[in-house]
Design a protein around this ligand. Structure first.
Ligand code: NAP
Length: 319
């Protein structure tokens, strides 16, 4: 099979297309024929060696949309040909076939394409956990999705809109803000605008927002705290460095800052996350946004583009 292999940590150039045998199945495992693989920022951090979770050599990728090719012993939930999305893989999804534990494979409704399915695993699970498990969002609250034009942000808008929140989303580009509104946000703002704080407070009736989902905390966290209403929460989803905050901004509001990583989700949280995703796909309130499809052999280019400004949905690799 074709697969992208990493034999040494480093820049995007270490992602090399290779031919290799398809993985062997064990008990409780399935082999997924990957029709589309989702590219996530975390794939680039692992490739660069920032996390020690992949032994070398390895094939990157957690997310895919595809079909069940084979089922291993003890697997009863799936059969050959079933349409699925993955939220993790033993062998990596940047390949024609991906070996997965059955617990990381989920049914994909017929109306959702494989490319859309490849945008579900990490982004939708992260958005759900940040919004509901960590952020405790409830209907009638006001939400700021700070960085709403990418994989996690578009998912968060869709979940929040369906759950009855007032949603304000941000993007640094005109195209991104259009996407934010098309996905159901009530308002779209430019996170680079010098008047951002004033515009946000005006939209939040000068009361502040109840919840902020933060994609770039090292830039925004200090300012976020002053934008919160009383009892407001910030959930830190993404951060690429340090930031200075004024703790007094939390005191005066009884505000709280919640960190989160999807890898800490418990089994029961994962069960509710994927049930929530399936329900939203089925009732039409969720629809992953495919921004760009590239051939699998362009994985290195995808790793450059995923970290550049101007996000517009998901980057997908097609084997
Ligand atoms: P993505 O698709 O590349 O999107 C990045 C988003 O960040 C875009 O909406 C981008 O907006 C926005 N952004 C850029 N500059 C910003 C600024 N100054 N202020 C606010 N937002 C800004 O990435 P993603 O998959 O959505 O992931 C977003 C972040 O969450 C990444 O850092 C990722 O590593 C992290 N993440 C964390 C977890 C976890 O478990 N904690 C899970 C998944 C992702 P424009 O390009 O329109 O400016």
């Amino acid at each position: 099979m074709k697969a992208i292999r990493v034999t040494a940590h480093g820049g995007p150039e270490v992602l090399k297309p290779e031919e290799m045998p398809a993985p062997e199945l064990g008990p409780g495992q399935v082999l997924v024929r990957v029709r589309a693989a989702g590219v996530n920022p975390v794939d680039t951090y692992i490739r660069a060696g920032a996390y020690s979770i992949s032994n070398l050599p390895y094939t990157p990728g957690f997310d895919a949309g595809g079909e069940i090719e084979k089922v291993g012993p003890e697997v009863t939930a799936f059969k050959k040909g079933d349409r699925v999305y993955t939220s993790g893989s033993i062998s990596g999804t940047y390949a024609e076939f991906a070996l997965c534990n059955v617990s990381t494979v989920h049914k994909l409704p017929p109306k959702i394409s494989f490319a859309e399915g490849a945008g579900l695993g990490v982004p939708y699970a992260t958005a759900y956990r940040a919004l509901f498990h960590r952020g405790r969002a409830v209907a009638a609250e006001t939400l700021l999705v700070h960085g709403a034009s990418g994989g996690v942000g578009t998912a968060a808008i869709q979940f929040a809109r369906a759950a009855g929140l007032t949603v304000i989303g941000t993007s640094g580009s005109e195209k991104g803000r259009k996407l934010v509104l098309e996905n159901g946000a009530h308002h779209a703002l430019d996170h680079h605008s010098p008047g951002f704080n004033d515009e946000l407070m005006r939209l939040a009736q000068n009361r502040g927002v109840d919840l902020i989902l933060e994609m770039l905390a090292n830039v925004n966290l200090g300012k976020d705290l002053a934008l919160l209403a009383r009892f407001g929460r910030v959930v830190v989803i993404g951060s690429r460095g340090k930031v200075e905050i004024n703790p007094r901004d939390t005191m005066s509001r009884d505000a709280s800052i919640h960190g989160m990583t999807l890898f800490n989700a418990t089994e029961s949280e994962l069960k509710s996350i994927h049930a929530g995703i399936y329900a939203g796909l089925d009732n039409g309130s969720l629809r992953p946004i495919v921004g760009k499809e590239m051939p699998l052999s362009d994985a290195a280019r995808a790793h450059v583009e995923i970290l550049e400004p101007g996000a517009s949905g998901k980057i997908i690799l097609v084997p």
